[in-house]
Design a binder for this molecule. Structure first.
Ligand code: B1M
Length: 210
């Protein structure tokens, strides 16, 4: 029988087909779409985040869980008015200008969505100007930048400087990450935070909106 706990468990196991069946059964039984998301899909993903942080789950498993969770969310989304979708706020994310690596960024995106954020994923090779336009357009609370190359790290500072120039710096928090990024570098360029992995990124963003 489908219940929220079983659904959360299927997300944790990354069983997309099972997630879809259970979501459908819950919808058919009259369960609230919002409860399906928060008590089933997101609840499962929160456990995945915690296990990943402890080193009990690894990147491929997390990606599988995130994909299963997203498939479930896509099924219930049409049943919920946009304004009622649970959201902790909007995060604008992208790989900075010159950087084409997106596996880690995609993982962070999925984990943030699983954590209850609305995420605008701008993609790769994103200029400072594009980040600014997106922050304004989506009234974002958080800007999340990823860089995997030492040569693209300076683009993070350029975006932070442009946020300040546009009078937006006090309105958004900036989180940065990616393999070559360190806490020291984040401090040096004036970011609000750094996360070594996707689970810590979600925790930090949640702290900021609490
Ligand atoms: Co590239 N590459 N690559 N590459 N690549 C690295 C990064 C490199 C370290 C490999 C090496 O030489 N050992 C090296 C960089 C060296 C340096 O700058 N010091 C490198 C290079 C040199 C290059 C090219 C220049 C190669 C060339 O063409 N000569 C070129 C550059 C392209 C460009 O970006 N302009 C290039 C190209 C590519 C591919 C296209 C082939 C491919 C990318 C495919 C894709 O992303 N769709 C690729 C890959 C796959 C890698 C490696 C092997 C793996 C990266 C990865 O996806 N890791 C990488 C070597 C390595 O890192 N071991 C390498 C898995 C991923 C889950 O980890 O992204 O670190 P990661 O994400 C982590 C954390 O960092 C964190 O969370 C994740 C875990 O939870 N995190 C964040 C990531 N983003 C975050 C954002 C946050 C918070 C946390 O908040 C916003």
């Amino acid at each position: 029988m489908a219940n929220f706990e079983n659904l959360a468990q299927s997300v944790i196991s990354g069983r997309e087909g099972q997630v879809k069946e259970q979501v459908q059964a819950l919808v058919d039984s009259g369960a609230s779409p919002l409860a399906i998301i928060s008590e089933g899909l997101i609840a499962g993903m929160n456990i995945v985040g915690a296990s990943f942080k402890k080193g009990d789950m690894f990147v491929p498993e997390v990606l599988r869980s995130a994909k299963a969770m997203s498939a479930g969310i896509e099924m219930v989304k049409p049943l919920i008015a946009d304004k009622d979708m649970p959201s902790l706020g909007t995060v604008v994310i992208g790989a900075v200008q010159g950087d084409l690596h997106d596996i880690g960024k995609n993982l962070v995106t999925m984990m943030l969505e699983g954590g209850g954020f609305k995420v605008i994923d701008l993609g790769i090779d994103i200029s400072s100007e594009k980040f600014i336009v997106a922050v304004k357009e989506h009234n974002a609370k958080i800007v999340a930048m990823a860089a995997l190359l030492t040569t693209t790290m300076p683009a993070m500072k350029e975006t932070i400087d442009l946020l300040a120039k546009e009078g937006l710096r006090d309105k958004v928090k900036v989180i940065i990450g990616g393999a070559p990024i360190t806490e020291d570098f984040a401090n040096q360029i004036g970011a609000d935070g750094y996360a070594p992995d996707a689970a810590v990124a979600v925790d930090l963003c949640k702290e900021w909106v609490a």
